[in-house]
Design a protein around this ligand. Sequence first.
Ligand SMILES: Cc1ncc(COP(=O)(O)O)c(C=O)c1O
Length: 430
Amino acid sequence: MTGHRQRAQLAREAAHLAPGASEETAFGQRVFARGRGTVLTDLDGNDYLDFAAGTLTQSLGHCHPEVVDALTAQAARLWNVHDAATEGRDELLALLARLLPDHLDTYALFSTGAEAVEAALRVVQATAPPGRNRLAALRHGFHGKTMGARMLVHWDIGHQAFAGNSVLGYAPHCYRCPLALEYPSCGVRCAALVRAHIAEKPNVSALVFEPVPGAGGVIVPPPGYWEQIADACRDHGVLLVADEVLTGGGRTGSFLACEALGIEPDLVVLSKGMANGFPFAVLAGRADLLRSPAAAGAGSYASTYASNPLGIAAARATLGVIERDRLTERVRELGALLGERLRALHARYEQLGDVRGMGLLFGLEFVTDGHSRSPAPGIARAVHTTALDLGLRTAVGGHIIRLAPPFTLDEGELDDGVRILADAIERATS
Ligand SMILES: Cc1ncc(COP(=O)(O)O)c(C=O)c1O
């Protein structure tokens, strides 16, 4: 339950704060005071295991000491000189070049996911051959709330988009197959239809996609899905723009989810895991695209907070720890363990209709019953709020709960979190 100091602050805020917060914030009604590692503490002194890692951002846990030191030192030195080079930017660029596939060797630095998605769309538009004036996107994809990104999102995120001109393809949503087929006898027909779409539409310049659609429910593609689509894009001159804002930085067990799924993207957008929750984003890409004179005119990649020294300091520290401590390997180990525990819960509760995951990113889909598979947002909400009361923070949206704990989680915390989750599901479904 929300303690009295928190209730008093929330009541004071309500006089001036615009509504429209995320579901988890609106349902949770908490005021957080501090965080350390996996543990968050609220204003009344209650602790929570944070299996949502901030906004699925704090890969190293809250206030990782090396990131705090880097930010503190930078905060005492220099904050903003537009997008000018500052000390250490060269080292961050070299670090990115080591962590990313060799062909993605050119980078532009921004502050939020949507800002970098917009920059990617500008590069696509600037470099597209004449007549290629449409973009392809996937159903269930999420790319941000600025207008260009928002036009590629074709599901209800709480407000309407302007009409876009994007061509839609099927996401690999096996649990809710739009073609009413079953894997593997389906032969991954959804991918064949996306291929056909790409082949039929000569005016498409790029497919903008999440390799594992995240906000749409952590939709893990079956083998064969991306291979077919990536080949079709190559064959028809359609650029592959991977939105790895959520999945990039090791979250799915390799630095890019694209690497594990056999996709060779032309442009990649990264943000959440880059600077451990500090606002920072990277547009990575092929040199010929990002350096093309059409895309790289004066000011093309500049903005007030582009190349911000604080973001660079936080990213250098975060990515340095991920590289040094080989944390993507740890993500695979912990992800296997968490997956095992969550599948045991799936077997126990009919209303936990599906559990999907890759690395340390999981989606739990709640339904009224296993037969109809009707979405049950009321159950997801009850699980989320009950878990919070019991000391576990998750991310909730509609009938889906997402889990994305820090890579620095230990096995004891993992077991404690799953025990609380099981307790919350038991209470919410009985
Ligand atoms: C895949 C993906 N793309 C883009 C965004 C937008 O990022 P931001 O909220 O930093 O603008 C998000 C945010 O959740 C995301 O998950």
